[in-house]
Ligand binder design. Structure first.
Ligand code: ATP
Length: 215
């Protein structure tokens, strides 16, 4: 369980709060709009109404005590940047900030963000991928070049073992897990057999994954 400070409770922030709650994390939610704060009250641990660009207000939240601080403000970039920078100055352990334009990403990283999420860009990529490759069940972009995919076991791999298909040598792709009968298996060995209906979690460079799974 992590202790998380979530600032900005628009649609994006609200979904983050919901998910963190389902995962059992402790969330302190902040927005300067009382209505937005009230909407998330049922699924956060605590909440405060306040302006995150106000240093005294932020200081009063005890920033060092949170494992992660999330700045989910999208439209008001000035506020997002000021909040990110203040959080880091106040000793935040990890700051994840939201970008909504390409240029914002690098400003946030230079001004205190440890990680940047860019929901519109990331979801656009995922949606385009889903349309063009119907066999992708899930996709996590790791950086500009690398990703993790969940894909159904290709037909010609059914009945073979992970060792026999040897995709690490052939394609430079790592199989890191398997879903069998709805169960996740992450300690798989080379003699693990692949059956119809299984899906694979594969990690690698985008171009290697595309070749390997004919995406
Ligand atoms: P979303 O796209 O997530 O729906 P939005 O379009 O409602 O967001 P944003 O400008 O991205 O609006 O702001 C997200 C939330 O952050 C809003 O609920 C807004 O009230 C809050 N917010 C913006 N600036 C601050 C600030 N300085 N302090 C606290 N809350 C803020």
């Amino acid at each position: 369980m992590k202790s998380i400070l979530l600032i900005g409770l628009g649609r994006f922030g609200k979904h983050i709060a919901l998910n963190l709650n389902q995962m059992g994390h402790q969330v302190m939610a902040v927005d300067y709009d009382e209505e937005k704060v009230n909407e998330v009250l049922p699924f956060v641990t605590s909440a405060q109404i306040g302006d995150s660009t106000n240093a005294d207000f932020l200081e009063s939240l005890g920033i060092r005590n949170y494992d992660v601080c999330i700045v989910a403000i999208g439209n008001d970039f000035q506020s997002s940047l000021e909040t990110t920078s203040l959080l880091k100055e106040m000793g935040a352990k990890m700051v994840i900030s939201r970008a909504s334009r390409d240029v914002q990403e690098k400003f946030l990283l230079r001004n205190g963000a440890d990680k940047v999420v860019y929901p519109e860009k990331q979801m656009a990529k995922w949606t385009a991928l889903r349309c063009s490759a119907s066999n992708i069940l899930d996709f996590v972009e790791l950086d500009n070049e690398h990703a993790m995919l969940e894909v159904p076991v290709p037909h010609d791999w059914i009945g073979k073992s992970i060792g026999q298909i040897d995709v690490r040598k052939k394609y430079n792709v790592n199989i890191i897990g398997l879903k069998k009968n709805g169960k996740l298996l992450f300690s798989i060995t080379a003699d693990q057999m692949l059956d119809a209906g299984d899906s694979l979690f594969a990690l690698g460079k985008d171009k290697d994954l595309q070749k390997c799974f004919r995406l």
